[in-house]
Structure formats: C-alpha cells, structure tokens
Design a protein around this ligand. Structure first.
Ligand code: FNR
Ligand code: 8K6
Length: 347
C-alpha cells in the first residue's frame, strides 16, 4: 500500500502533524546582532507553515555555543520574544514548530563571545568560520565536570525558554560534528573520566542532556538528531558503531517524540556502520519514530517510507528554494531547483 505523505501523522498523545513532510533545520545566519529573530524570519517561517512540522534553524543555547555569524539564540528575553512572533505566525496558519537546540562545541569561535571554546577533549578542527575566513578555529578546552554540568543545565533552560517562546517542542542537535556529537565519536572524545573511553561513558553526556530536557518539558516534546556516521567536522573510527549500538536502545526507553537522522546525502554508506547508510543503521538499532533526510525528493521519500526505511521525511534545500513546497507537491507542480546563491536572502 502506498503511504500518503500528505495525510496526518500522530507523533504521540499530544502532537498530531498535518502531514509527514517536515522542514529540516536550516541555518540561515539572518538574526539581528543580538541574535534575535527578525520580522523577515517571522515571514519566512510563516510561509512554510503547511509543513507537517517546521524544525527551526539551529538556535544556540548560550553565548559560547556560537560558531557562525548571526545564528539566533534562546537565552535572552529579547530572543524569546523574537521567537514568540515566529511561533505565533506559524500557529496562526495552522502549523507546528520545534526549536533546534544547538551548541557547536569545538566549532565555536571566541570572536563571537570572548571566552573558552569548550569540547570533550582539547582536540581542534582545521579550517575557519564559513563567511568569516579570517577566523581560524582554535584548540578547545577540555570541559571539566563542572563545565559539563553547566552545559546540561543550559540545554534544559533553553528548552524551557523554547516552550515559553511558543514552540511545540525541541529537537536537541546531537548531529553534524557539534558538541553532543563530539562526545559520541572517538576522533573528538579522548576523555579518561566517566564521559570517555567506553560506549556507556561516551553516551553519558547525550543521555544526561536528553534526560534534563525531558525533565524540563516532557518526552512528548523532546526529539534528538544524531549522526552515527561521521561526515562533517568529524572523522570516523571503527569503534564509533559500538557507541551508537549502546546509545540508541538507551534512547528508546526515553520515549522521545522522534529521532532524526543527521546527514546531507542518505545514499552515503559508512564503513564504520557496517557499510550501511545512516538511516539504515538507525532503523536497525532504534524502534521508535525515525525521521529520514538527505537528498530525497518527494517521490524517493515516499518510496523510502513505503519500504519502511523511516516514518517521516525532513526536506531541507528544496524548502529553501520553494516556500510553497507542500502545495507544489500536492498539485504536481514543478519545483524550483535549489542553488547556494539562494542562501543570501530569505524568500
Ligand atoms: C543545513 N543542515 C542543518 N542541519 C541541522 O541539524 N541544523 C542546521 O541548522 C542546519 N543548517 C543547514 C543549513 C544549510 C544551508 C543546509 C544546506 C543544511 C542540514 C539539513 O538539515 C539537512 O540535513 C540537509 O540539508 C539534507 O537535506 P536536503 O537538503 O537534501 O533535503
Ligand atoms: C549547520 C550549520 C551549517 C552552516 C551552513 C551550512 C551550509 C551547507 C551548504 C551545503 C554543503 C553541504 C556540505 C556538507 C558536508 C558533506 C560532506 C560529505
């Protein structure tokens, strides 16, 4: 039987989505200099309110979480009020929206906040901040236990702020080589304490963040994005899979709203995951609701969901190019192709 991606999907007892097509989180670097969402962002998200669920662009939980210019935050009352305008506009058009909670860890740059760059271990990355090439990355400071406790508290606080800002829930950004993902991969985590060395220890930070956010806002409103395959700001190690083999069943017991694959192209296969794609590996290791993503068209996503590869699809770049993505696919109209130049403006 063919699944109708445009019919409603019950995420859990408290959240029903109008369809199975999510807008993927997409960093746009368009907030104002206080990291407050602007009116252009209100209009941009409101135009996409017919998505099953909008996941906001990654939104930093505190100042030292920042690694890119003008990424919005959720730690000042001005930022909360700015996001409230976005969620009000999305809700007024019948949509739903989660905030993606972000800390970039070692991908942060002191230029933005003037302090230590925190990461699991003092292992830096090569390169410089996109769009600000003069800012080369620095060697991070290995977070102390006290730093780690502060980070966990701040994820939970940002989740509370998201609810105050009117979001329907949060997606914790545990993917794409950022802070949580840095704890989950051997290339970035060489700690010798209870947060390193073994799958259980390396999963500890992710699980403590999840548990703190769930305690703050409830499991029905909490989701998580993960990249078991290292592909962005990270290199793979043969032992990585053991960490995710431990983490995914542990997450299952948390009854989260969904788990989201973090990948750009889901046809990519990972030697470290037994030559599987990220979604294929996650589907095998996790029984809850899974959101697929990564270079899918509406048709190929429909096929993948029919084949039970995942339950919901997130669409990224095509949503940048087509604010009316949902109505276009509904009416069988041609989509405008995405190009990187479109990142200059919020259409
Ligand atoms: C992204 N992606 C991304 N992922 C994430 O978890 N948080 C983010 O803020 C961003 N930001 C972002 C900006 C831009 C410009 C792009 C192109 C991508 C990744 C995104 O959510 C998605 O996984 C990929 O774009 C793959 O999906 P599509 O575009 O092939 O449908
Ligand atoms: C999450 C913050 C991202 C900031 C802007 C990202 C712009 C991405 C443009 C698309 C390029 C994709 C490259 C992804 C790496 C894949 C390596 C195989």
């Amino acid at each position: 039987m063919t699944t109708d991606l445009l019919s409603p999907f019950k995420l859990n007892d408290s959240i029903e989505l109008q369809n199975r097509v999510l807008m993927a989180p997409l960093t746009r670097c368009m907030s104002d200099d206080n990291l407050v969402p602007t009116q252009a962002m209100v209009d941009y998200y409101a135009r996409r309110a017919d998505a099953g669920l909008i996941i906001s662009e990654a939104t930093i939980i505190r100042p030292d979480a920042q690694g890119y210019p003008n990424t919005p935050g959720l730690f000042t009352s001005e930022q909360i009020q700015g996001w409230k305008k976005v969620t009000d506009a999305v809700h007024a058009k019948g949509g739903k929206m989660f905030a993606q909670l972000w800390h970039v860890g070692r991908v942060a740059h002191p230029h933005f906040f003037g302090g230590d760059v925190l990461a699991p271990s003092a292992i830096g990355i090569e390169g410089s901040v996109p769009r600000m090439r003069e800012l080369t990355y620095v060697t991070p400071k290995a977070a102390t236990i006290e730093d780690i406790q502060g980070l966990i508290t701040d994820y939970a606080k940002a989740a509370e702020n998201a609810i105050e800002a009117g979001f329907d829930g949060v997606e914790i950004h545990g993917a794409n080589g950022y802070l949580i993902d840095q704890f989950l991969h051997f290339a970035a985590n060489q700690r010798e304490d209870q947060y390193g060395q073994t799958p259980e220890n390396m999963s500890r930070f992710a699980l403590e963040v999840v548990d703190a956010v769930v305690a703050a806002i409830g499991a029905n409103k909490t989701a998580l994005r993960l990249s078991p395959g290292a592909y962005f700001n990270m290199t793979e190690s043969d032992d990585d899979k053991a960490v995710f083999d431990y983490l995914l069943p542990a997450l299952e017991t948390r009854n989260l709203a969904y788990l989201h694959v973090g990948i750009f192209d889901d046809s990519m296969r990972f030697a470290s995951l037994g030559d599987k794609s990220a979604s294929e590996y996650m589907r095998g290791a996790y029984k809850g609701t899974l959101v697929g993503v990564g270079s899918y068209s509406f048709e190929s996503a429909n096929q993948a969901i029919d084949n039970n590869q995942f339950d919901l699809i997130a669409i990224g770049r095509p949503f940048i190019a087509n604010p009316d993505y949902i109505s276009k696919v509904k009416n069988g109209e041609a989509l405008t192709p995405y190009s990187d130049e479109m990142l200059a403006e919020l259409i």
